[in-house]
Design a protein around this ligand. Structure first.
Ligand code: IMP
Length: 462
């Protein structure tokens, strides 16, 4: 039966990260993808890192939607994504060499292209910020460095909104337009960055437009069969009553408008980005699943009120294998911040949450939950996303019982130790939404599914 003919389940579902990324969205998308016909990535680029474990095999995906691992799915890299073609081609061939069928992967002709100069600019800007060359320090005792992934994300989005120098995927098939844009970009960037680099003693080689155009046209040749108008593709699927899954990359607290600015990424990483990043109006999304870890992590700079700098943090980092999928950097670790999470639920209008990595917290006598902030002597339960203010908050914690036993083999809520169950219930009560799914290990099988809609048997694709 084609999926679209079952009217019980929502037609459009979005999966978004509620914290600072790496919540385990990949696992959830992988679980949900077989119940959808089309999986759409709508923001970010190769800064994202989704790891999915299937039959003990770990897949690390950066640009390709995690839905690719569901046989037969159409996966879409939407117009809101910034695409590094070299990395995309590498990822595609890596998947194919492991037997994954990538024939259903489509790429929006309106997505923007990350070119060599974007990556160089990202690195140069970070180096300059690290040297304090661009103004006063911001954030909570952090350096000015944003701590980007240096994948060219910010500079590429900047060119997109600057317009004349924005290279779209469709331009990889239009040599004249491509050359015009790249030449203009190189003229501007060479003048700007050569000067900045020189005055800061940073080595810098000017960009060569001919080489960039040549390489880019080669990428276009390789990607040609996948490049299409994905806005129509998704709308055609919806017109046929098919089901669409929107896969958010990065996460809500990294959202350029609603996150902990300026320590954010350069796109709308919460569900609000799904509309502009795919061409589907937001009101058509009828279910939003917010993915959260059972604790907090953050990679890169910026304030993180509940951060742990002690042995407890170290233990969570080791147990949770909290090292970046994209950059390998150790992640900063902290107790669960319910104030931030309730804000993220509000921004995304979440229908339910998926609590990931609960198993990591086994073995602690007590656990702590941040349920309020104190800022300038005033207590509040409202989140304050601007980094200038968030850097000044003191977290107020509630201490709750921990759980001693390992829970990686548990598959129902009833089997969870009392401490773990109470922890989940406290989260649900504070956030005002239910936990539709609780993950207790990386494998698909290590999942407690409470929402029957998530448990529906997977059907073959139409
Ligand atoms: P950018 O997206 O590379 O510009 O990095 C901006 C900030 O977002 C940095 O702190 C990155 O570490 C962080 N970031 C970007 N994408 C992700 C992600 O997928 N997971 C976690 N952190 C991310």
């Amino acid at each position: 039966m084609p999926m679209g003919t079952d009217s019980r389940a929502p037609r459009c579902t979005a999966v978004v990260g509620l914290q600072w990324g790496d919540e385990g969205k990949g696992k959830l998308v992988d679980l949900l993808a077989p119940r959808h016909d089309v999986v759409v990535r709508y923001n970010g680029g190769a800064n994202a890192g989704h790891s999915v474990v299937v039959n003990d095999e770990r897949f690390a995906l950066h640009l390709v939607p995690s839905g690719i691992l569901a046989p037969g799915a159409t996966t879409v890299i939407g117009n809101g994504v910034v695409v590094d073609p070299a990395r995309l081609l590498e990822e595609i061939s890596g998947l194919e060499s492991r037997g994954v069928d990538t024939s259903g992967l489509k790429l929006s002709d309106r997505a923007h292209v990350v070119l060599e100069y974007h990556k160089a600019e990202d690195g140069l800007r970070e180096d300059l910020l690290a040297r304090g060359a661009a103004g006063p320090r911001v954030g909570a005792g952090t350096s000015q460095e944003i701590g980007t992934t240096r994948r060219g994300i910010g500079p590429c989005y900047a060119d997109k909104v600057t317009r004349a120098t924005g290279v779209r995927v469709g331009d990889l098939l239009r040599p004249d337009a491509l050359r015009r844009k790249v030449e203009l970009a190189c003229t501007m960037k060479n003048a700007l960055f050569a000067g900045l680099a020189e005055s800061n003693g940073i080595e810098w080689a000017p960009f060569d437009p001919d080489a960039i155009v040549r390489t880019a046209l080669g990428y276009g040749e390789h990607l040609k069969s996948r490049i299409t108008d994905t806005t129509y593709l998704v709308h055609d699927a919806l017109a046929e009553n098919k089901r669409v899954l929107f896969e958010g990359a990065n996460a809500t607290l990294l959202d350029v408008d609603h996150g902990t600015y300026p320590f954010v990424t350069s796109s709308n990483a919460c569900v609000l980005g799904a509309g502009p990043g795919s061409g589907v109006p937001g009101h058509q999304i009828d279910r939003v699943i917010g993915v959260m870890k059972a604790y907090s992590t953050r990679v890169g700079g910026g304030p993180m009120p509940t951060e742990l700098h002690d042995a407890t943090g170290e233990r969570i980092r080791e147990r949770g294998r909290e090292f970046g999928t994209t950059t390998g950097r150790p992640r900063r670790v902290g107790w669960l911040d319910l104030v931030a999470l309730r804000y993220a639920c509000m921004i995304n209008g979440v229908s339910e949450v998926a609590i990931m990595l609960l198993d990591v917290l086994a073995g602690f006598d007590t656990l702590r939950l941040c349920t309020a902030y104190e800022i300038d002597g005033v207590r509040t339960d409202r989140f304050t996303p601007d980094a200038e203010d968030l850097g000044r908050v003191t977290p107020i914690f509630e201490e709750v019982d921990g759980f001693g036993q390992e829970i990686t083999g548990v598959t129902t809520l009833d089997e969870l130790p009392a401490g773990a169950r109470a922890y989940v219930e406290r989260i649900e009560a504070f956030l005002g939404v239910r936990a539709g799914l609780i993950s207790v290990g990386p494998d698909r099988a290590q999942t407690i599914i409470q929402d029957p809609a998530l448990n529906a048997p997977a059907e073959a694709h139409a």
